[in-house]
Design a protein around this ligand. Structure first.
Ligand code: FES
Ligand code: FES
Length: 159
């Protein structure tokens, strides 16, 4: 089937099988390999992307279901080529990634959290990322990264 998806602000035409997941469409049809495949049955959160700004598991959605919605992948969060978003930069600074496999999903989940709750408590951060598994178990640094990003975003909004 032919689809038109809005991905990272651009309109992308693609042709996929009816049963193609959003995850496979992003990676295989559009070449956006930053969305990682983990369990592929909705458990690990590795495949998280934003759909109209809300985190979703792209392995559980059909690509066709994303038509008419705004999809954001990790490739769409940096302000410009070669730059990092505040959340990405905070992950680097606190060593919030080890192998990096869970990182795109973690960053997108954090981004959605901080948009809705600019000053989350540690408990709220832990709750927000509770659906994203890190097999390197780097949760301490991931929470620290999100706390740092929250502080930086608040400062950047201060005139
Ligand atoms: S790959 Fe989608 S939840 Fe694990
Ligand atoms: S950094 Fe390796 S899975 Fe999280």
């Amino acid at each position: 089937m032919k689809l038109t998806l809005n991905v990272n602000g651009a309109t992308r035409a693609l042709e996929v099988e009816d049963r193609t997941s959003l995850l496979d469409a992003l990676r295989d049809a559009l070449g956006l390999k930053g969305t990682h495949a983990g369990c592929e049955h909705g458990v690990c959160g590795t495949c998280t992307v934003l759909l109209n700004g809300e985190p979703v598991r792209s392995c559980l959605m059909l690509a066709a279901q994303a038509e008419g919605h705004a999809v954001t992948t990790i490739e769409g969060v940096a302000p410009a080529p070669g730059e990092l978003s505040i959340v990405q930069d905070s992950f680097v600074e606190t060593h919030g990634m080890q192998c990096g496999y869970c990182t795109p999903g973690m960053v997108l989940t954090a981004q959605a959290l901080l948009r809705d709750n600019p000053a989350p408590t540690r408990e709220e951060i832990v709750e927000a990322i509770s659906g994203n598994l890190c097999r390197c178990t780097g949760y301490g640094q991931i929470v620290e990264a999100i706390q740092l990003a929250a502080e930086r975003m608040q400062r950047s909004n201060t005139p």
